[in-house]
Design a protein around this ligand. Structure first.
Ligand code: NAP
Length: 292
């Protein structure tokens, strides 16, 4: 893809952002679509987030994706919020329409579409154990509630954030049963009674962020384990441990592809090339596998 005077810009705001596969995947998609758009990583400190958003508008960016840890804070800087972001109060996609910034959230739909690729689940009879209460956890829990989930147990380090999420869920989904426990309360019994387990924390993302210390002994064939974390080299250790126990597993890549495709549709109105996006990521993986 050649950048020239009429190239339009889209960024991804995050910190860290160097791990992100979105630039590779989204640029491959724009290339295949024949669009003169460049997608760039933008590392933004939390204190500079508002300035960065103002910059997107000033520099006529077509829009942006937003990743860890800015998804919740960035909602306050939007001119308008789509229903997907209004319920979650978390934004992962910004669309700039003639200087007006509208926030969307495509993570929840991306999660459900990716999950459907590995397993058909009757959400009304499946108890969900959700690790984390940040932006991704909000999107996933709202999407699961929309799909008819009857019980979601939230495991979070800080109780305040878990309570905030529970109050959102209670407001919009009064028939959903929500519970909150601390990571120390997660024992074999808890694992056994929840059949869908979702890691929506960054644990497992880097060597200094070790995988969730879930007691995995009670994981079995009847579990479905989703790790939203994706690592360039393949499976996270949480996913690998769950797979060893016979559980059906999903890593973060499927969700990454589907949430990214939905964002491309919002920016361009065009159908994204899902297979090209998947191949772009797979090629990166095989390059890493070849490294000494
Ligand atoms: P976020 O808003 O910053 O929330 C992070 C959550 O993880 C919070 O609940 C936080 O707990 C918890 N957490 C952070 N560090 C922790 C630690 N050391 N020990 C225990 N808990 C910890 O982040 P996010 O945007 O939700 O993203 C979470 C993860 O999901 C990231 O790895 C991100 O890359 C991934 N993700 C993947 C996709 C995809 O497409 N695959 C999409 C979205 C997100 P406290 O409240 O206690 O701080």
């Amino acid at each position: 893809m050649a950048i020239d005077g009429s190239t339009e810009m889209i960024g991804i705001l995050g910190d860290p952002v160097s791990h992100s596969l979105s630039p590779l995947m989204q640029n491959a998609a724009f290339d295949a679509m024949g669009l003169n758009i460049a997608y760039v990583p933008l590392r933004v400190d939390a204190d500079d987030l508002q300035a960065a958003v103002i910059g997107l508008r000033a520099m006529n960016f077509l829009g942006a994706n937003v990743t860890i840890p800015h998804k919740i804070k960035v909602a306050a800087y939007m001119d308008d919020l789509d229903e997907s972001a209004l319920v979650t109060q978390a934004v992962n996609t910004i669309v700039n329409k003639e200087g007006s910034l509208k926030g969307y959230n495509t993570d929840g739909d991306g999660f459900i579409k990716a999950l459907a690729e590995i397993k058909t689940i009757d959400f009304s009879s499946t108890r969900v154990l959700l690790l984390g209460a940040g932006g991704a956890a909000r999107s996933v829990s709202v999407a699961l509630a929309k799909e008819g989930a009857s019980l979601i147990t939230i495991v979070n380090r800080s109780p305040e954030r878990a309570l905030e999420l529970i109050s959102i869920l209670e407001q919009f989904f009064p028939s959903l049963d929500t519970r909150m426990i601390t990571p120390d309360d997660v024992d074999n019994g808890v694992v056994e009674e929840h059949k869908l387990i979702v890691n929506a924390t960054p644990l497992g993302m880097k060597a200094n962020l070790k995988a969730h210390q879930l007691p995995v002994d009670k994981l079995s064939k009847s579990h479905v384990v989703c790790d939203l974390v994706y690592v360039k080299s393949g499976m996270t250790s949480f996913e690998a441990q769950a797979r060893k126990k016979g559980a059906a597993t999903m890593g973060g890549l499927g969700m990454l592809i589907h949430q990214g495709a939905a964002a491309i549709h919002l920016w361009t109105g065009k159908k994204p090339p899902l297979e090209i996006m998947r191949q772009a990521i797979e090629s990166q993986r095989s390059n890493i596998a070849k490294e000494p």
